[in-house]
Design a protein around this ligand. Structure first.
Ligand code: SAM
Length: 247
């Protein structure tokens, strides 16, 4: 429900389509030109299409039809014939074992109820020696600060389940018997009002989110480090990209 309503505003968020950011992810993965790539929870398809520019074939899968419509229209605009998008759940990927050379997912893990199960699915469909890469928001390493961030995120968007800390993200990948190859940190500067417009946060809830961000601004409660630009509330989302090899 949330994802259906968010498809258009989300796809229009500049940081999501940012070419430099997409290029960083592709460079971190450094796929072979002959690679077959799967983008799990592909949303509006920016990651899938960035890989399609340099790889043989890319499949994007997502459970929200409205996101896939946006992805398909981006594909058509770019006239890329080696990318396709399909409806499906990450918990049960509709592919045989070891079908892909690269399996990637960006900004989706914090929505997943069962990240371990999904990572196991991503590993199952990746060939041995292939690459699995995850990029997501991360929280503080300190439980109370992480909980404060997750509380704000969940209020703003009920489809938020739980963002992990950097060490939590690494651990969940290592637990799936994946070899960590490289780790890249990043940052997304968010304008709080724009961020809540994207998720269509109702005004009554937005007031609570603002109040929590203001507490955080005054007392440094999460690591989001809220700050003002001409009076407007902003904060910093920290991100981590972890590139692994399947053993
Ligand atoms: C924040 S968007 C990220 C989209 C895209 N990966 C990107 O980086 O722009 C999260 C996406 O995850 C999808 N999603 C969430 N849970 C999913 C699941 N269990 N299976 C498949 N897709 C899922 C949603 O439909 C949504 O399109």
């Amino acid at each position: 429900m949330e994802f259906s309503q968010q498809a258009l505003p989300y796809s229009q968020t500049p940081s999501i389509s940012d070419a430099g950011r997409l290029q960083k992810l592709v460079t971190a993965v450094s796929p072979d030109a002959n690679a077959r790539v799967l983008d799990v929870a592909c949303g509006p398809g920016y990651v899938a299409l960035a890989f399609a520019e340099v790889c043989r074939e890319v499949v994007g899968i997502d459970l929200t039809p409205e996101m896939l419509e946006v992805a398909e229209s981006h594909r058509r605009k770019k006239a890329l014939t080696n990318a396709s998008f399909q409806l499906g759940a990450a918990e049960k990927l509709p592919f045989r074992n070891q079908q892909f050379d690269v399996v990637v997912s960006r900004l989706a893990l914090h929505h997943w109820e069962t990240p371990r199960r999904i990572i196991a699915e991503m590993a199952r469909v990746c060939r041995r020696g292939g690459t699995i890469a995850l990029e997501d928001l991360i929280t503080s390493e300190h439980t109370r600060r992480a909980s404060f961030q997750n509380r704000i995120e969940k209020l703003r968007d009920p489809s938020h389940t739980k963002a992990l800390s950097a060490s939590g993200l690494v651990q969940v990948l290592a637990a799936a018997r994946l070899e960590i190859v490289s780790i890249h940190s990043g940052e997304l500067v968010q304008d709080a009002e724009r961020w809540m417009q994207t998720s269509r946060t109702p005004e009554k809830v937005a007031r609570k989110v603002r109040a929590l961000l203001e507490q955080d601004e005054q007392r440094d409660l999460s690591g989001l480090t809220p700050f003002r630009v001409e009076g407007r509330l902003h904060f910093r989302h920290k991100t981590l990209t972890v590139v692994t090899h399947k053993l």
